[in-house]
Design a protein around this ligand. Structure first.
Ligand code: NAG
Length: 293
């Protein structure tokens, strides 16, 4: 083999290797191979720039967590299929990991799904440490136009609404998760505003089995801000026993067999995650068993 041929071959292998191994989401990884194990994967954004995620797979659904090393733009809308809830993980100082299913409060559930944004908060209050610690992942509960009223607000954690009444029209209703690549210290919010509401989602969290622990690089510095008298919290000054939190974006996998494509009593089998194969009963043929013989 000439050295030119050799180089070309290596080049071809490298290009193929890159193209084949990078998907744009955990959902795609699962669709390609539903037996994929939960773990750390490289995926790419729409500009084909790679970044690291943890895909936490369950049967037909899962959560995507983004690593603290990520410095490329994240097309966050590609990473979830539902804004009905997110899973927020916490890494405690003693090494334990716990999680809380976070949702919009019942009263606004139908009107306002959660807001998920990457380094933006369009329609929602600006996170306090965005200059110091951004870029950030944004989890918005109520948009400014609703939160600026002196109404009842809050969040829902593991199936329970935790509420407060906004006392001064301040429209904060969010959590922000900071990549903080420069390791800056948070700005001082005047030692304000430790309330029970800032701890309820932690107090009522669920233990995560050790086999599902995330590696520590998926935990980010975070800030929770509610109101107008709901509270403000960061670790460790207000949330003492938590080192970091991770935002789990929910995706649901719709099997190609979900729309029941096989007719005339045919049985459907997913094929490579994207297409289906129908096994037809006697007397029927066709990709969907649509023809009688
Ligand atoms: C990312 O996480 C790892 C593991 O906790 C930590 O050692 C590293 O300092 C973190 N990087 C940043 C930029 O925070």
């Amino acid at each position: 083999m000439t050295s030119t041929m050799h180089t070309l071959l290596i080049l071809a292998v490298c290009i193929l290797g890159t193209v084949q191994s990078l998907y744009q989401s955990c959902k795609e990884i699962y669709a390609y191979d539903p037996s994929s194990a939960s773990g750390t994967y490289q995926i790419m954004n729409r500009k084909q720039e790679p970044f690291t995620v943890y895909c936490d797979f369950y049967t037909d659904y899962g959560y995507t967590y983004i690593a603290n090393t990520t410095s490329v733009h994240i097309d966050i809308d590609d990473l979830y299929t539902s804004k009905e809830h997110v899973m927020v993980r916490k890494l405690h100082v003693n090494g334990e990991q716990k999680e809380t299913r976070m949702e919009q409060i019942s009263k606004y559930k139908a009107q306002f799904p959660l807001s998920l944004q990457y380094n933006a908060n369009v329609g929602y209050a600006m996170p306090y440490n965005h200059n110091q610690m951004g870029p950030y992942l944004y989890l918005g509960f109520l948009p400014v136009r609703i939160a600026q009223n002196r109404n009842q607000q809050g969040y829902r954690a593991n199936g329970v609404d935790y509420l407060f009444t906004n006392c001064d029209s301040n429209p904060n209703s969010y959590m922000a998760f900071y990549f903080n690549h420069n390791r800056n210290v948070p700005i001082n919010y005047a030692g304000c505003c430790d309330t029970t509401l800032m701890h309820d989602w932690i107090t009522h969290a669920t233990a995560v089995p050790k086999s599902r622990y995330l590696p520590p690089e998926f935990y980010l510095f975070f800030e929770m801000h509610m109101g107008g008298c709901g509270g403000y919290a960061i670790p460790p000054t207000i949330i003492h026993d938590v080192q970091g939190a991770a935002l789990g974006l929910r995706f649901d996998y719709d099997s190609p067999c979900a729309p029941s494509p096989c007719q005339n009593g045919g049985s459907c089998y997913p094929n490579d995650g994207h297409t289906f194969i129908c096994e037809c009963p006697e007397g029927f043929v066709g990709a969907s068993c649509q023809n009688s013989v």
